[in-house]
Write a protein that binds this ligand. Structure first.
Ligand SMILES: Cc1ncc(COP(=O)(O)O)c(C=O)c1O
Length: 449
């Protein structure tokens, strides 16, 4: 390893970072995170902070899970790679598929298609949804519905159903046939409706209207996050996902629950759909499937979808997949990670610590006028919308957001900015004292605004 001077001099000189400006990164270089332990990260200057981001909504088990690390190391020696394209498989892939299916059995999931991450999983679901309808003799069902403010990754399909302009505009035109409904975002919405239950009904009515306009027989699937994550931690009313499920059923539209963030305990339940009492037709999962220790994702389908593929003639073949689908090292990480997730019952800690974090931020909102909206309270996902004028709900400027971020970090917590939102998704293993560290660091951050 080169010395620290080399690292500082070459930081962002040759590497273009995702979700950032490559020119700006050369003058304002990214922080170099060198090591991590438990739920804390340490940077190249030796400063340590509680990681309220959980890597990127993914390090659910914290950074020190030796069981997962050892499983990865063992598998690297046994079989570092072999293809899982039709004709060959490997032992960890078989075990991981069983473990994932068991994990999501209560959600009605019956089959697992492994991928390398969340964007892969979303695009796999979208593709399989179209193929499902073709196999059933409804080839006209090709369109997709989704929600504004939704985030579904950055492949063409996922980006096309994404509901935030900043992930789309520079790359347009997107996939044709993708249509967006309003988000269940009570703080700002086109209906000027702040009651979450009434807003859910308004969106349901808008969905019915859009389906009638498009023609139900042209729509393949509706995709949604049970709680919108990257869009700002937008928690819908408890009736919302059920309403969407009922409309999908009535019109023969498949429901895809994008569980890339909400899967594996983050909401306080093992899946976001289960949190709202809904069984989707498909799920996209990633992140918590390996706690970020190895890049793995999966698309899951229920019995109804599986049966159509498995009973079909030759057209049931899936001509889609990735070199690293069912990667043996990734699969070994999945098996160990799911064992640890269940053993530690991370969902229960997520529920308790999520409440603590949400309550603590609400208390801060009573003292800091720049807090316009606080969202969360369902597991360890908390969003804080920062404004410069509370009455006018004016989004805070980027310079102030940066100052708040820096001061929070210096005071002991790494948080994530999504425009003028502060987003938090710490490891599900976090302790009460560590949540208090995040809250006191946020207080220091807001004081620096
Ligand atoms: C809900 C959701 N879907 C899909 C993705 C894309 O996952 P990845 O970045 O692993 O491709 C993300 C990433 O944050 C996500 O939050």
């Amino acid at each position: 390893m080169k010395d620290d001077n080399f690292l500082r001099e070459n930081n962002a000189r040759h590497l273009w970072h995702p979700m950032g400006h490559p020119g700006a990164a050369q003058t304002d270089a990214p922080r170099i995170v060198r090591s991590a332990e438990g739920v804390r990260i340490t940077d190249i200057d030796g400063h340590s902070a509680v990681d309220a981001v959980g890597g990127l909504w993914c390090v659910n088990l914290g950074y020190s899970n030796d069981k997962v690390k050892e499983a990865i190391a063992r598998q690297l020696h046994e079989l570092p790679y072999y293809s899982a394209f039709a004709g060959t498989t490997n032992p960890p892939a078989i075990e991981a598929s069983w473990a994932v299916r068991e994990f999501f059995a209560e959600d009605g999931m019956a089959r697992v298609f492994f991928t390398s991450g969340g964007s892969d999983s979303v695009d796999t679901c979208l593709r399989l949804a179209r193929q499902y309808h073709k196999l059933r003799g409804e080839p006209g069902r090709i369109k997709f519905l989704s929600l504004k403010k939704g985030y579904h990754g950055t492949h063409w399909g996922g980006a096309s159903v994404n509901g935030n302009a900043r992930f789309r505009t520079a790359y347009e035109p997107m996939l044709p046939g993708c249509f967006h409904l309003p988000s269940p975002y009570t703080y700002r919405n086109p209906f000027d409706e702040s009651d979450p239950e009434r807003l859910a009904q308004r969106i349901a009515a808008a969905m019915e209207d859009e389906i009638a306009f498009q023609d139900p027989s042209s729509i393949a699937a509706f995709i949604m996050e049970p709680i919108q994550g990257a869009g700002g931690v937008i928690v819908p009313h408890e009736s919302f996902m059920k309403l969407m499920r009922e409309i999908c059923d009535r019109h023969g539209i498949l429901m895809i629950s994008d569980e890339v963030i909400t899967g594996f305990g983050r909401t306080g339940d093992w899946s976001g759909a289960r949190h709202w009492g809904v069984q989707p037709d498909m799920m996209s999962i990633a992140k918590g499937i390996t706690s970020g220790y190895f890049p793995v994702g999966a698309a899951l389908v229920n019995e109804k979808v599986a049966e159509v593929f498995e009973k079909a003639e030759a057209e049931g073949a899936i001509y889609h997949g990735y070199t690293y689908s069912a990667h043996p090292v990734g699969a070994a990480a999945v098996v160990a990670c799911l064992e640890e997730t269940l053993r530690l019952d991370t969902k229960s800690n997520a529920a308790a610590r999520g409440r603590q974090l949400h309550d603590g931020v609400r208390e801060l909102a009573g003292r800091f006028d720049i807090i316009g909206d606080v969202r969360g309270g369902h597991g360890l996902m908390t969003g804080i919308e920062i404004v410069s004028d509370r009455a006018a709900k004016t989004p805070m400027d980027a310079g102030t957001m940066k100052r708040v971020h820096q001061a929070t970090y210096e005071a002991g917590a790494m948080v994530r900015l999504g425009m003028h939102n502060i987003l938090m998704s710490p490891p599900l293993t976090i302790s009460e004292a560590e949540v208090n560290t995040i809250l006191s660091a946020l207080e220091a951050g807001f004081s620096a605004a």
